[in-house]
Write a protein that binds this ligand. Structure first.
Ligand code: FEO
Length: 395
């Protein structure tokens, strides 16, 4: 992979991870990249490093431009190991470099890699570092998405380097948004937002407002994953504002599992009720659909219907795991409806409703339960519940 110039003196020196398909549970069906940037001026700065398995590739890319002992600063925007686990190796080779991070970044570096990172220098929002003609300005972004997170802005080039924010898990031989398929790009940006940043919606809105108020002009957004936004950075900023506001369409997602087909029959009858009222419906049967794509479908839906059979007086384990995941992600502004089948004691629907209420979800009641196999009357009831939910979706 060749180094790519963003603007004169600002180069991408990152790596492409074509083969990763599981990023701590997130299904990365299109791989990812770990983006590092080298800024060469009177002083040289490296912005972030890469996952340790790619350290040699990063070194190769940097040394095409400068030898590592010529690096004056290594800026650590974020300590999660996909961006910092090659830092101990790079720091040894870049022996003249000062390492710069937020205060919590310094603490996290020590906790990850030991007390040799006591020497890290810290910066806070508004601090600047002159490299010569170029100036780096730092903006702390705590909890976006770790306490240590920080953005680096190149003042003269108007390039924002926000690390994970505005990223996409998208491996590509292209480095810029205008070089890749726009639909694929926005799909991956949505998957990324839904599965990583969704619980942080209020913070995202506030941080974007803060940056706007700071009057920082942005010509390019160079995140730490995926391609660089240069064609129209406002497109991804506006998409983040809409997602963070919980904007949805007249769409329902049915997330369910089934043992002998009863819950499946209920799901289909409820879907017919919704569709009869012109609501878009997506079926996400767990064990056929993964959590990553299921959560992404939920991002722009107004309602989520979750169905489970009862097994050992509990919900199915797939549904239990899904609810654990989705309650942690805290999607905003959805209606939640629960349904399921049972043989004798029941328990699945009760358990699901309890979990949802505990998470503060807006649960539409009553829930629907069917004993053993739904008959025509039961299916009519399911259809009607779908219709009634459609009214609420449109309200
Ligand atoms: Fe891409 Fe939070 O690491």
């Amino acid at each position: 992979m060749v180094n790519v110039t963003l603007k004169e003196g600002v180069n991408w020196v990152g790596v492409v991870d074509w083969n990763i398909r599981d990023f701590h549970g997130y299904v990365t069906s299109r791989g990812t990249t770990y983006n590092s940037y080298l800024i060469t001026d009177q002083k040289t700065a490296l912005i972030d490093t890469v996952k340790h398995t790619f350290a040699n590739e990063l070194i190769e890319h940097i040394t095409k431009l400068v030898s590592l002992d010529k690096i004056d600063y290594i800026i650590v925007n974020h300590v999660e190991m996909d961006h910092s686990s090659s830092l101990p190796t790079i720091a040894k080779l870049a022996k003249n470099a000062k390492i710069i991070a937020s205060q919590r970044g310094k603490e996290a570096l020590i906790e990850h890699y030991g007390t040799e990172f006591n020497k890290v220098e810290t910066v806070k929002t508004g601090d600047e570092l002159k490299l010569g003609a170029k100036t780096l300005r730092f903006v702390e972004a705590p909890m976006l998405h770790w306490p240590d997170s920080m953005f680096t802005y190149i003042v003269e080039d108007k390039i924002l380097m926000p690390n994970d924010a505005f990223g996409q898990h998208l491996a590509s031989s292209c480095r810029f948004d205008d070089e890749v398929d726009e639909h694929v790009l926005m799909e991956e940006a949505a998957i990324y937002y839904a599965n990583i940043l969704m619980p942080l919606a209020p913070l995202i809105t506030r941080k974007i407002q803060e940056i706007v108020q700071m009057g920082i002009p942005i010509e390019m957004i160079a995140p730490s994953h995926g391609v660089i936004w240069r064609k129209d950075p406002t497109k991804i900023i506006n998409a983040y504002l809409n997602w963070s506001a919980g904007k949805s369409k007249q769409k329902a997602v049915i997330v369910y599992d089934t043992m002998w087909g009863s819950t499946d029959k209920m799901a289909k009858a409820m879907a017919e009720g919704l569709i009869s009222q012109d609501i878009e419906v997506k079926f996400m049967k767990l064990r056929a659909s993964n959590f990553t794509e299921t959560v992404t479908e939920i991002l722009d839906a107004k309602a989520v219907l979750v169905g489970s059979p009862t097994l050992n007086n509990q919900m199915f384990t797939t549904i239990g795991a899904f609810l654990t995941y989705i309650t942690g992600l805290k999607p905003k502004g959805k209606l939640w409806s629960f349904f399921g089948s049972y043989g004798w004691g029941g328990g699945a629907v009760r358990g699901m409703v309890e979990m949802a209420k505990k998470a503060g979800f807006a649960v539409v009641e009553p829930s629907l339960e069917v004993k053993y196999v739904p008959d025509a009357e039961d299916l009519k009831r399911c259809f009607e519940v779908g219709q009634q939910l459609a009214v609420k979706i449109k309200a």
